[in-house]
Ligand binder design. Sequence first.
Ligand code: SAM
Length: 259
Amino acid sequence: MPQGHIARKRFGQNFLSDPNIIRKIIEAIAPKPGEHIVEIGPGLGALTVPLLAACGHLQVVEIDRDLIARLKETYRPEQLTINEGDALKFDFASLPAPLRVVGNLPYNISTPLLFHLAAYADRVRDMTFMLQKEVVQRMVAEPDSEEYGRLSVMLQYRFNMARLFDVPPGAFKPAPKVTSAIVYMQPKPASECACRDEALLGKLVTAAFGQRRKTLRNTLREWLSDADFVTLGINPQARGETLSLQDYVQIADYLALRS
Ligand code: SAM
């Protein structure tokens, strides 16, 4: 194990060890002096070291006390601001904006973490993450595909996203069982995510994908009658995965205006 640390499974610890992959990730981030960058899960510093070299100061959020102790021994406070604790509970609004968020994320919490971070989109310039490849495929999926679901719709509402490149298990120690991928996320301008009731949008999407085999008439019956489907021009026999982001926003806006 690198530098004597025993990787903790419960914290999703797979440490990057391939210098070429690390270089490619740093090139994708292209950190510049003076930028406000926060790294989630710095671990043993595979990305932290080159990020610091490029930008001089870095914020990190780390949950593992042993790793926090190492970071404190290695870096001066003027180089590294260490936010100790769970990134899922961390208030990213407490950091200076516009914020660049980066990280080789712990896979076991990646979906809730993406939803947590989406709430800070208005303070974020961009986000570059390593995630399980299947999760990235779901994030960027188009309607009518197997991967398309709640994660796709809710993140595509807030972000433009691109899958940059895949990373094989051998790039990590210990090697994970799955292939990873790098995703780049940029918040959309406010004018492009102007749903009148975002909480309702979230509820509709959750319901529509909750039972994938059921028709919209069934999954959205709490909100829409057959007459509503006609007004909206949406086929009630269709399934949730056939609707685009725009369709979901249209339904939420229609309901918000009606109430
Ligand atoms: N950045 C390092 C690298 O690329 O080698 C480590 C990546 S490792 C996949 C995930 C890191 O996130 C670990 O350092 C782990 O301790 C940390 N971590 C796990 N769960 C966390 C949480 N809820 N909040 C903050 N950090 C967390």
